[in-house]
Design a protein around this ligand. Structure first.
Ligand code: SF4
Length: 450
């Protein structure tokens, strides 16, 4: 099969080394191209749902509620209200006469039944079309029930997934500042952009604890409404997955003067540098010494085991397609540590700065792609004859149909991949997949030479 690249998408694909780098990105998906991207509502949903003691109500037709807890299986150490999916299930009658009354009744009943600390109400495409007054209904219910009821303006059609992140941050920001910050340590921070998949935030919290730092709020993995309300008492915001929660960090910086650091908990370099950058921020020699000791201890255990995987994997080829480009940086470095070559890398929501950085850290010949679709990805995987494809649930069938190994590095993963221990888990998973004997029976499809 020849590469299937629509004329209008040519500028969103770059082959490093062939021409000056100028990748178009952060624009609406091409109609009809069946983008791998999710909608605005899904963008909001994946950011907010890990808040475990809040009610999450999708105002729209039942189909939108197909995005359930499972698409980002955020774990909670306490309440698990976030695992329940609620929808107002709008029907033709509601579309004609409006869905506000139904929404009001649903909210009143659900709050009565589940006693949440707050409620998030998600607007979907149809609600944007019929013009229900979400804000008005939420205000009324909030007054009656005495809890924050927050509209999330996430109509699916109003932009790309990044617009959903922004809507989620705006909703969360309405909670920040309402809580008591008495007793919060000067050496404290909020963790932004970690969603506690497979318990990852617990690994990171433990590192910060060993460094002598108090974590005020998890935003949003294993998140709690009351913690968000006092998050403005922290000295620092550390932001991973910059697309999802960066807007909240910027709002907190502007209003409360809290600085932020971009971090990554994936890969050895990313993890170590993240901890060091936090220690440097607090400018405390004892904390820096504790951090060095922590990194030394973790690496002493990790490196000998990584070498075993490296011996087997050196020279194998990897392709990466993830939601946020920031994760892709760490993955490129992690594969390099394993001796592997990254031949394709792309994201759904990268910015020009993200793609420039990807361009800088990748090898000549690497394909860099923004907002791709199944036909393009299949074509690139065949052309580059990759051994493993890293992505999420929508990329998995593409890999398997081509007889290519797959590693889930997205919201659905069940294996902790963050932290030093996460790097080991990642190496193990890549090794198991690439070296699996199953590939003898599933011949890989590669593009035939012309
Ligand atoms: S909000 Fe719109 S695009 Fe998103 S799932 Fe619902 S109908 Fe589909």
């Amino acid at each position: 099969m020849e590469p299937v690249i629509f004329e209008e998408r040519q500028t969103q694909i770059h082959r490093k080394g062939t021409q000056p780098f100028d990748l178009a990105c952060n624009k609406d998906s091409l109609a009809g191209a069946v983008s791998q991207r999710a909608c605005v509502f899904c963008g909001s949903r994946v950011v907010l749902y890990p808040i475990a003691d809040a009610l999450h109500l999708v105002h729209g037709p039942i189909g939108c509620a197909a995005y359930t807890w499972d698409i980002r299986g955020a774990l909670s150490s306490g309440p698990e209200l976030h695992r329940l999916s609620f929808s107002t299930d709008l029907q033709e009658r509601d579309v004609i006469f409006g869905g506000e009354k139904k929404l009001y009744r649903a909210l009143m009943e659900l709050i009565e039944r589940h006693s949440p600390k707050a409620a998030f109400v998600y607007s979907t495409c149809i609600v944007g079309l019929i013009g229900d007054d979400l804000e008005g209904v939420c205000k009324k219910v909030s007054k009656k029930k005495g809890i924050p009821v927050l509209p999330v303006q996430s109509e699916g059609f109003k932009g790309n997934k990044r617009a959903g992140y922004h809507a989620a941050c705006q909703a969360m920001f309405r909670l920040v500042g309402a809580g008591d910050t008495t007793g919060i340590s000067k050496k404290s921070l909020n963790i932004l952009g970690d969603f506690n998949l497979a318990g990852e935030i617990w690994i990171i919290r433990e590192y910060f604890k060993r460094m002598g730092i108090e974590v005020v709020a998890n935003i949003t993995g294993d998140g709690r409404v009351d913690d968000l309300r006092r998050a403005h008492g922290a000295a620092l915001n550390v932001v991973q997955c910059s697309g999802a929660t960066m807007d909240l960090a910027l709002m907190m910086e502007e209003v409360y003067g809290i600085p932020h650091l971009r971090v990554s908990y994936f890969g050895v370099e990313g993890m170590a540098e993240s901890l060091y950058s936090v220690a440097r921020f607090f400018d405390d020699p004892e904390m820096m010494a504790r951090t060095r000791e922590l990194v030394r201890e973790e690496l002493a255990e990790l490196y000998p085991r990584l070498q075993e995987f490296r011996r087997a994997l050196t020279g194998k080829k990897a392709a990466i397609y993830v939601g946020g480009a920031f994760k892709a940086f760490s993955l490129v470095k992690a594969f390099r540590l394993l001796g592997m070559e990254v031949v394709l890398v792309g994201s759904q929501t990268g910015t020009p700065a993200d793609y420039q950085e990807l361009h800088d850290i990748t090898d000549e010949g690497t394909i860099i792609v923004d907002d791709s679709n199944p036909l393009e990805l299949s074509s690139f995987l065949k052309e580059k004859d990759v051994d493993i494809f890293v992505g999420g649930v929508k990329e998995r069938p593409i890999a398997y149909k081509l007889g290519v190994g797959f590693c889930d590095h997205n919201h659905e993963r069940k294996e902790a991949l963050e932290g030093f221990v996460g790097m080991l888990n990642f190496a193990q998973e890549v090794y198991n997949t690439v070296m699996s004997p199953v590939w003898q029976f599933v011949p890989r499809k590669v593009r035939k030479a012309a």
